[in-house]
Design a binder for this molecule. Structure first.
Ligand code: SAM
Length: 209
């Protein structure tokens, strides 16, 4: 058994709903790019450790990470998930309902930049933010997330390693360059304390000072 399977078998077991999402995405010809179980469990634990009551997610797809995060909420807690595509949000909503967290989760459909601006106008504030959408805009999402986060909030972002490509200087793909810029911004921002955790495809974790 390899290390990842070993970790999954002990620490990141999926229930029937979580297990079904990958197949559901394939049937609908949607991308199968949900976070892996070990990232889902890490997000769940971080949200619990910081007693998050208000969670923001950027990029829902089929709701796989949404469900892990929503399960960390206390009674009365809320999660808002922003998703560009109506068909993704509708599948995610279906899965959140099946997982028993539908009442705590609100999916907002549209471009994340606009939806984040609307949240700012509403005066929203979050204890935990998970960024997992278009990589080219991660730096902008980070800035907007910091504005929406309370002191002590946790901000996470997936794909911070891009399969190791961020370390390969010859890789000049726009998405790789964008993640490099994001990692540099995260590591240097005086408003944050941060770490890149090598779980899944690399989970960037920051605490807002
Ligand atoms: N977090 C999900 C999970 O682990 O289950 C996976 C999210 S997937 C990697 C990225 C999602 O972001 C896709 O569903 C995509 O449609 C959405 N997305 C891409 N660009 C976006 C944008 N500009 N605004 C909002 N959502 C966007």
């Amino acid at each position: 058994m390899d290390q990842v399977r070993y970790i999954r078998s002990l620490f990141a077991r999926e229930d029937e709903v979580l297990r079904s999402i990958e197949g559901g995405l394939a049937e609908r010809k949607m991308p199968q790019i949900s976070v892996p179980p070990e990232t889902g469990k890490t997000l769940y634990l971080l949200a619990k450790i910081c007693s998050a009551r208000r969670i923001l997610e950027i990029g829902a797809l089929g709701g796989y990470s949404t469900i892990w995060l929503a399960r960390a909420l206390p009674p009365g807690g809320r999660l808002i998930s922003l998703e560009l595509k109506e068909e993704h949000a509708s599948f995610a909503r279906e899965n959140a309902n099946r997982a028993g967290v539908g009442k705590q989760v609100e999916f907002r459909v549209g471009d994340a930049t606009e939806l984040l601006a609307a949240l700012e106008n509403e005066g929203a504030s979050f204890d935990f933010v998970f960024i997992d959408a278009d990589k080219e805009r991660y730096v902008d999402y980070l800035e907007r997330s910091i504005r929406l986060a309370r002191t002590g909030a946790v901000i996470c972002a997936d794909n911070a390693l891009r399969g190791g490509r961020v370390c390969d200087e010859s890789d000049r793909r726009p998405s790789t360059e964008a993640i490099r810029r994001f990692n540099e911004a995260l590591s240097r921002d005086p408003r944050l304390e941060s770490m890149l955790v090598p779980v899944g495809d690399g989970l960037a974790v920051a605490r807002v000072r």
